[in-house]
Design a protein. Sequence first.
Length: 631
Amino acid sequence: MHEVGFPLDLSVFTRLIATLFFLAVGVFYFLKNTAAKYFDIGAAAAGGFDRDFMAVDAEDCSVCGNFSTKKCSRCKSVRYCSAECQRSDWSSGHQRNCRDYGITTLTPSAKNGLRFRASPFGDSSASSIALISERGQNKSSLKPREVLFPYEEFVEYFNWDNPELAPCGLMNCGNSCFANVILQCLSWTRPLVAYLLEKGHKRECMRNDWCFLCEFQTHVERASQSRFPFSPMNIISRLTNIGGTLGYGRQEDAHEFMRYAIDMMQSVCLDEFGGEKIVPPRSQETTLIQYIFGGLLQSQVQCTVCNHVSDQYENMMDLIVEMHGDAGSLEECLDQFTAEEWLHGDNMYKCDRCSDYVKACKRLTIRRAPNILTIALKRYQGGRYGKLNKRISFPETLDLNPYMSEGGDGSDVYKLYAVIVHLDMLNASFFGHYICYIKDFCGNWYRIDDSEIESVELEDVLSQRAYMLLYSRIQARSSSSCLRSEVKDEKKTDTLDTESCVKELVESSMVGAIESRSSTHATIEDPVCEQSPSPSPSPSPSPSPSPSPSVLASECCSEVERIDTLDSESNSSIDDSATDHQEDVANGNKDPEVKYQAADSWSDPTTSTPLVCTKSKPPVRDMDTKMIDAQ
């Protein structure tokens, strides 16, 4: 007798469904943990580091252990998944610990002009540490500052010393040698390390998301306290945040990564004051990163037809030097970098004065040398096997004065402290391995190959085929040469500071008024007015409080209008006097050798002192200066 029913064995089908379910759950958690390891900063990657240094990177709630995306806005060291967990931790002791971190001594609303969104707790003490801040919404209300970072404080960091620091190796996280060598070089850049270890950036950070400078501070702190190699995965996993073209697991260019890292740190410094769109271009040159790596290039073009000279200035963070011809030393490469170049043929220069394309001479020089000089030798050409592997000698002490725009003042002398070398096979430019040579603060040199560190001599360093060279000034640059205002003969700029313009207008009020008056006479071109000294100068008045720039500007404008009015009223009388003078000469009443003075001189309407105008020769060099800010 046959059984009637469903022929499929349900027990086997049930076991199959259960097996597939557990496999799916296992794959899901495996992918989740893998992604969290490589793309989220976890506490496990910190290697048991102190909580106050690494808790900012933890992904779990410090109360319940659940996944969290928010953190305490005051100390930035503890994460929470909800407001209830934050309130519980605050009342259970975080209030005391938060102050122990030393961050509550900084009042954000008073120091940085920030406000925080009210906490839903209703507790006044807890409301000051709300999870969500309004930093991003208040950027437009931040007032621009002329100097963002005190240069005197930078000089202290530049002269900082810590002989106890020793090199620490970094583990290779998969084709990450290009980033390891740059992190090592930045970790031994004295002013940057001094700032991160002495003052720190975390407590003043304005970013609510991942911050490279905060992460690099954690990296430097760990390297200064560890004697064993550790993984820089917290930075390597964020390569796309540092540079859009960088990717994890791929072989990248070390120089490109360094450019991205410096630009990222500069952007972070500007975020503290509202961002790049709010901070004026001149003030952007007063950040810590600009003080460290920033310099100024001058491009001078001279027309061969009218000898018109045009100067343009460009911000620089490093020097990319080509290796043309038989150049065998760094000095010869710099000579080629600053050599004169003729613009002709298809590359002719458009002269503003001639209004035509003409042959011109162009020269690129260094207008302001940086405190930390980064030189990249352009070894890569077209093709997959186009790397230039010839050796370029480089000195331990580099004198940059011969390559300055005005010859330098003798203070632009540098000492070598880091060298990056690219090892390859068959001159291949698409793959290879990076190593670096580092000099510690005691003057000892080390060869660092990822996690391997070896002590070497200076002769071994100078014999390498370097790809990048890092030099540090023997003495920090003077504070007077930190801003672009040092550029002489500057007439045109991309941006004008309102207060400085008003101040210059006030200082030159009388001179501008006289020049404005002289422009009405067709017989006088480009006069230079000089006031004759008074025979009995009056004593200088006692100093009085200076009025506001707006009041001075208005007084200056009214003075100019008043003098112009007097000028128009006196034109007829001057012409009549000139006619009378000619009649007297014709009648013999006056000496014809005595020229009529009224046409070339007049008295100041406010005083009886005569003002004598003399014709000046046209300037030999007509400067057409422009300021270019590198993005």
